[in-house]
Design a protein. Structure first.
Length: 151
């Protein structure tokens, strides 16, 4: 059965959110070796790509934006809505879009609950859709994670 984790982003600024998702992508790549990230836009994909390149050398994550790199894609592939990325099985899907991502065979889906009301409602809708697909879900307050890592 697939698992899902929703990170509640209340209290995190954009840099902290980006850092959270970079660390999640790195961790999930080390554990699962196959991650596909779905961004809302090409600009967001490029920002995430750049942030992953800025990680310390010992935390390197082999990644590419969709359409760059090897024809079969990198172990971590960053896509965006409208990129026409073909379906591909992957162990982990990280969803930064407002709608459900393609999830071909994913064992773990990582999603988020933004602070803004409209986006929060979209997250609720995604949560219900995942649950209807029998994905076992949990919710984590990202600000608590962030404060625990500061200790």
């Amino acid at each position: 059965m697939a698992q899902g984790i929703f990170y509640v982003l209340d209290g995190l600024n954009e840099d902290q959110q980006l850092s959270l998702f970079c660390s999640q992508i790195a961790q999930r790549w080390r554990e699962q070796r196959s991650v596909r990230v779905w961004c809302q836009s090409q600009l967001q994909a490029e920002q995430l790509d750049e942030a992953l390149w800025q990680q310390p050398v010992n935390a390197f994550v082999p990644h590419n934006i969709y359409g760059e790199g090897p024809p079969q894609g990198a172990p971590v592939e960053i896509c965006w809505a409208g990129s026409n990325a073909p379906a591909r099985r992957t162990a982990v899907v990280v969803n930064l879009m407002d709608e459900l991502p393609p999830m071909q065979g994913a064992r773990l889906i990582i999603d988020r609950v933004p602070a803004a009301d409209t986006e929060r409602q979209q997250a609720r809708d995604r949560y219900k859709a995942y649950r209807s697909q029998r994905i076992e879900l949990q919710t984590i307050n990202a600000a608590e994670l962030n404060s625990n890592s500061d200790k």
